[in-house]
Structures are given as structure tokens and as C-alpha cells.
Write a protein that binds this ligand. Sequence first.
Ligand SMILES: [Cu+2]
Length: 567
Amino acid sequence: MRYIALCTPLIIASMALALFTGAEARTLPDQSPASSELSRRANTVSVPGADNFVVGSIIGQAPTTRTYDFVVSEMEGAPDGVTKPMLVVNGVFPGPTIEANQGDRLIIKVTNQMSNKTSIHWHGIPQNGTNYYDGTAAITECGIPTGQSLTYDFSLDDFSGTTWWHAHDTEYTDGIEGALIVHPRSYPPKFPTWDEDLVVELTDVYHTFSGVIAAELYAGNGSLSPLFLEIPDSGAINGIGQYNGSANYFDFDLKPNKTYRLRLIHEGSAAAFRFSVDYHSLTIIEADSTLIEPQVVSGVSLAVGQRYSVLITTNQTAEPQGNYWMRSELTTVGSLPDVNTDVRGIIRYGNSKSLPTASTDPGVPGSGLSDLNTATLAPAIVQKPLDSTKSYAVYFSVAESTDGGTITFMNGTSWQPLSNSSTLLHIVDAAQKGQSFAPEGSSVELGNQFMITEDSIETVDLLLVNQDPGPHPFHLHGHTPFVMGFDTGTFNGTGLNTVNPIYRDSYIVPPAGWLLLRFVTDNPGIWTLHCHIAWHMAVGLLMQINSLPSVSAKFDIPQTILDQCRV
Ligand SMILES: [Cu+2]
């Protein structure tokens, strides 16, 4: 409960002042699978086999093309013991781990057997030259209709690191997500080493179907209490959580006196998680997909979309049976009744299958360690940022709509998805008519599409200003921006790191504060910049970066994507 001070942001966000009126009609897709359809299905969601969470065997293989077959369907599942409707890939939650090496090509055929459209986004992958495979529905594609397939086909180029794939709307809350691990060709000199490499996927769990939550959040007239709509019921580690006394735990069976890399991936929808392993220090070596100067900590907090790799050594004796809790505490939901914030898994390296004995978190006794402070993160490979050539400030807010729902804005525009179209199609269509879709600089197109357009390679400073009293985790597609600085309060031009700033793809804009990103518009395409709290994006907290549109206008958009925009 050490994070109780952070318990209010989500609630406050939902109660935010009615600064704007949101009376305009918004069409949210009906994402509720018919319950009769669900009840007819005998299949239930499984937890994938243990090998889904072990990586590293492919390191050193020659560059190759790796193919995957994803079938997305509606099933019932019970990650925390409570049966609920889920949307899953290949019948498992979390979904299949994609593992590759730097320089590989990935071909993933996604077949949609659900009653609603879907699209899959590959979080943090640059997609240089393949913006149309970024998987952002209504922006780079129109979604895969029921019964149809889309084959995503892209090179990883120089990308490496720990990341994930997920449906690019609230469907991922229901289960369409999994790990994506790319091994680098080499590590920096003197970088720490490990014996085995494990994947730890952290989620929050909602018992209510995401489409119901999103619709009620916007409309404000549903059966669910509006204050608690965004709050999850519990959480899970690698697909297994606990609720209301259920006692199933994901466990890793490890060997003593070895060093393990745990790749922590926040695949949740709203809550932040504090991860720790009882009695064990964590050596952090990666933030998102960026290798960092190692730091030893007692715990690490992850916001939605963020990843950290940590090393642990299995050499502790505090638990006589050699069983230790891994904890993923939900820290931004406070102590609401009926919410289980105490989510656990087990690390075993004794010979007993008994439960660990520590009831409350013992920390790392006698170590004097503290939790990670993200302001101290330094990249292992320093890249000095160029001076900026353009700068923009974008203000965002969360408000109550006139009918009591929640609506979000970026620079006064609340994003709504285009139907049966995409921003990229508009860019290409305009170019074919000898026109440009959007003027350079910031503009609002088609009523609800707020974007910044740069048709030359610029180094852009983008100041995100948070007008809400809660923190918001943002993510920019297609780039790995420098995080030049962040703080609460008003940005006054100081507090920037121009020497060795961290570069990563997911970052928290502090409560009533700011965060300054710097990135280069050298990747042609239309790239989403959005809050990764699924509910905030669903009600508008999304803008677009339109880089080099005269280059993207010449993209050869795959015929399947064009055809699926006509469905
Ligand atoms: Cu948000």
C-alpha cells in the first residue's frame, strides 16, 4: 500500500471538470459478442505452454523470414477465476509469443473469426516503408472484417528489444495481445549477461467486456458506476491472476544460483503495476526496447505499454522452501472494494511446490535499495539528440460530456475513428488528385483528425501538456523519441537532458504536468500518438503525426487493405 497516494488519478480523470461539451454523436462499434454465441462455444481460453514464456534459443541464427498464423476468435476464459467473454488469438491468453532476431522479416497472417473487425499493431516496430502494416484501425488500415484475413509482412530492420503486439482498440483488453521479442545481433561491451531469458506479461483484468465499458464510458448512461468504469477488477501474470480467494498462480520453475532475465511487459489497459520479487533485487537493463546502464532496484513501476528487462539471481535463502512471490501490484486503483490489487505469481528454485510464506511484501531486507526513478534512466548506447528544427505544444484534457460520459481532447479535438476509411487512404487519394491531404504544421482534418504534418525531414520538439490531474501514458508509433524532460507543473524551458536522454516508445506525462519528446520525421507514413489507457483512447485521446506525406503518397498499399476498406 506504499503507493496509496497515487490512488486517485483514474477516478479524478473520470470526474474531470466539464471544460468541454461532448454532445456530438459518436459511433462506437457494438463490440458485445452475443451471449448466446458465447454459450454455444465449448472452447475455453487456455494458458499457453511454458515454452511461450522462454526465449533465446534462436539467438545466432542467420537472418530469416518467420511466419505466424493467428486466428482471432471469441471464447470464454477466466484469467483470475471469474469466467468472462474474451477475444483471443489461437485460443490462448496471453497470445503466442513472436520471437525473432534483428534483421529478420515477419509474416503474420491474421484471420478474424470474431463478429467485429480487428487489426493488430506491432508496438514499437518502426515499419519503415510499411506504414500500412502498422495495424492502426482507421489510420493505416480499415480493420479486418469478419471471416477475412490480412497478412502483415514487414522487416524488423535494425529494431531489437522487448515489446508486444495487440489489437489497436479496446479489443486488446479482452485478450488480443502477446509478447514480441527481438534479439539484437550483439550487446554493448561489458553489458551484463544471464543464463536464461523469460517473458513476464502483466495485465489488468476486467470482468466486463471492453465494448460495454467503452460504450458506457462515453455515453454516461450505463448500468456501471461511471466513477469505476475504468477500474479493473484484478490483474494477471502470464495469464493467471487471483480474485475473491482464488489461488491459482503462474509459476516459473528455475534452477538455484543462476541469473535470469525477466522481460516485464505491461499489456494492460489502465492500471499501473509495481513489480517486485520478494527478497530479490532487480537489475534493470532495458527500458521499452532501449538497453540502459544497469541499475539495481527493489521494484519497478510500469505504465500501460511500458517494458523493463530485469535480472534476478536465484541465490536467496529467506524462504526455506525456495519459493518466492513475484508481485504485480495494481497501484493506480487505490483500495476500492471488490478490486484485487494484490496480484502474484511464483518463482521456485527449491524442491517444494508449497506456496511462499511471506504474506506482505518483505522487500529486499538490509539492501537499502529503492524503486526505479525513471528520471535516472540512461541509455547504454548514448545518442546525442539533434537540435530541434520545429516545435509544437499539444494540450490534452479529460472532460465530462453533457450527458455525463467521459470525453478526451488533444488540442481541443476529440479523435473519432473514420469508418470504412483510413487516414493513409486519404493521403494517397489526395496525392493522386495532385492535392495534399493536410497542410504542413498542425491541422484538423475531416472534423476529428488532429495531426501535425511535416513533408521534410525535421527534428520536432513536441511538448505534451497534461491538463488533467492524473498521469497519462503516451505512445508514439513508428519512432523511438528522445524523452528530453518531464515534470509536474508548467514547462518553463528548463529541465531538459540534451546530453544522454533516454529514448523509448512509451512514457508517462505527469499529472498536471508536461513531457517533451524529440523525434525526427524521417519515417514516411501516418503515425499515431495516443494515450495508452485503452479507455482514454476510445473516447478521443489520440492524434497523428503525418511524416513525409509526399513519400507515403507513393506507397503501394496492398490490395487486401484496399478491398477491406470497402466492406
Ligand atoms: Cu490517458
